[in-house]
Write a protein that binds this ligand. Structure first.
Ligand code: MLT
Ligand code: ZN
Length: 482
């Protein structure tokens, strides 16, 4: 019996089957993705993770790895093709090793939250190059599995750039460990990198070794009201070229800020100066060994189209400004379970893309309310839509297809920083060629030949074999939804 074997490996307290208890593991943070698990397994060590995988393989029951369950694309819940899976929660793997100060590295259990790792690094005089609003819940295993982006990609790149090593349990229960921490270790394929962004489909990440970054002595944030999106994109170019201390350029709009203010009971950022609903605001942050305020002010003064500015130099004031930006996800979710899309569009086309979206969304879905925000320096726009009929799956699909097709037509990506999960499976072919999908499926098949790990995520079901066989049989059109 599967459950008896799991209880034998983990103890009864760590194999959950009561639906009242498992429901939070079966539903993603947004509430958009739900499924039923046969059990939730909560191992505390790498050996226990390996035991769970061996047991599930023996019983032919799929496994959905789960960290903080904040991934936003349904990749960490047992929905769709993963119905009836074991959810493998990594949240008890929380140990964080001492910081290697000379190498600038830290190794943490997959279940340690990003905030805990940040605090641990800070105590040793370091920072972590990845940061985003869900830091208190997101786990480092999850952010590695998702190759999370966030608010510091401009300076530090995506999570992949921060991962120096990993420990991963493979589908057969064997353990792959690359934690040498050596910056020069050029022997063969970069296997840790293969697992970063694999969304739980190739192995279960149990430890993450992160490169740490220096802690800046000074930080300044500014919220800028900008005339229009072309001016905002122009400002990104000016800031990039002239402000060496630039750390983040985030995009919000007037209506989104109003929504956050209403949700959190905050005052408007520019009191007595209401800007139109579609006015872009940029949240810019600069960091450096000395106060970067002067550099930022000089760049902003010479830029065209900046209508107003609020500057924050203390931690409290910066947090206040960041709340207008980081409050968007929760404020939108408080309205409704949104349709959440996350695209990248070349910056040169961003303004036309946004104009088209503002026309396209009401044309396809008249009841819809569009919410836009994102990471402008990385050309990454979060497109959320509320006010849709939840029961009308085909209407949501039609709207998704319209938006993602438009992004792809501009040379954009359909999954900028949130990945594919279950949410974008039907549209992967808009961003990846048949040749790329065939290699992806062949890699999956080589490491997980029975499809034990996270079925229905990334690799269309039934796509197995060598990449050459797959390419020979693959349709030129995007794969259809599972
Ligand atoms: C954000 O940047 O706010 C996050 O990616 C979360 C979201 O898109 O809701
Ligand atoms: Zn984001």
């Amino acid at each position: 019996m599967l459950i008896t074997d799991l209880v034998g490996a983990l103890g009864a307290a760590h194999v959950l089957t009561d639906p009242d208890v498992t429901v939070s593991y079966e539903t993603d943070w947004t509430g958009a993705f739900r499924g039923r698990a046969v059990a939730v397994a909560r191992p505390a060590t790498t050996d226990q993770v390996a035991a769970v995988l061996r047991i599930c393989a023996r019983h032919g029951v799929p496994v959905v790895p789960q960290g903080g369950n904040t991934g936003l694309v349904g990749g960490s819940v047992p929905a769709g093709a993963a119905a009836g899976a074991v959810v493998l929660s990594l949240r008890r793997l929380t140990a964080i090793e001492p910081v290697d100060a000379a190498a600038g590295l830290v190794t943490a259990g997959a279940g340690a939250t990003l905030a805990d790792v940040q605090a641990h690094a800070r105590a040793a005089g370091y920072g972590v190059g990845v940061d985003f609003a869900a830091r208190d819940s997101a786990t480092v295993g999850g952010i590695a599995a998702a190759n999370a982006g966030g608010e510091r990609v401009l300076r530090h790149g995506m999570t992949r750039g921060q991962v120096a090593g990993l420990e991963v349990v493979l589908a057969d229960g064997s353990v792959l460990r690359r934690l040498s921490g050596l910056p020069k270790d050029n022997v063969g394929y970069d296997l840790p990198s293969l697992f970063v962004g694999s969304e739980g489909t190739l192995g279960v990440i149990t430890k993450v070794q992160l490169r740490l970054v220096g802690l800046p002595a000074a930080r300044t944030a500014a919220l800028l009201a900008v005339a229009d999106l072309p001016a905002a994109v122009g400002l990104v170019a000016t800031l990039r070229a002239t402000v060496a201390s630039l750390d983040a350029v985030e995009l919000v709009f007037g209506d989104g800020v109003d929504l956050v203010c209403a949700h959190q009971g905050r005052p408007a950022p520019f009191p007595g100066r209401p800007f139109p609903a579609d006015s872009p605001y940029l949240l810019v942050e600069c960091v450096g060994p000395t106060d970067p305020t002067g550099d930022l002010a000089a760049a902003v003064e010479t830029a065209t189209g900046v209508l107003d500015a609020v500057v924050a130099t203390t931690a409290t004031d910066r947090e206040r400004l960041w709340a207008y930006r980081e409050g968007h996800t929760a404020a939108v979710n408080a309205l409704d379970v949104p349709l959440k899309l996350d695209v990248a569009v070349p910056l040169a086309r961003m303004s036309a893309f946004v104009d088209d979206l503002r026309a396209l969304v009401p044309a396809v879905a008249p009841s819809a309310r569009l919410h836009l925000w994102g990471h402008l320096a990385e050309a990454n726009l979060h497109v959320n839509v509320t006010g849709l009929d939840r029961a009308d799956a085909s209407g949501r699909e039609e709207l998704t297809t319209a938006i993602l097709t438009r992004a792809a037509a501009d040379g954009g990506s359909i999954g900028a920083e949130h990945g594919v999960g279950r949410a974008k499976m039907a549209w992967v072919g808009l961003s990846r060629s048949p040749a790329e999908l065939a290699v992806l499926a062949a890699v999956k098949h080589a490491l997980d030949p029975t499809g034990l790990l996270n079925p229905g995520v990334l690799v269309p079901p039934g796509l197995t074999g060598s990449h050459r066989q797959l390419l020979a049989t693959s349709p030129q059109a995007p794969p259809s939804a599972p």
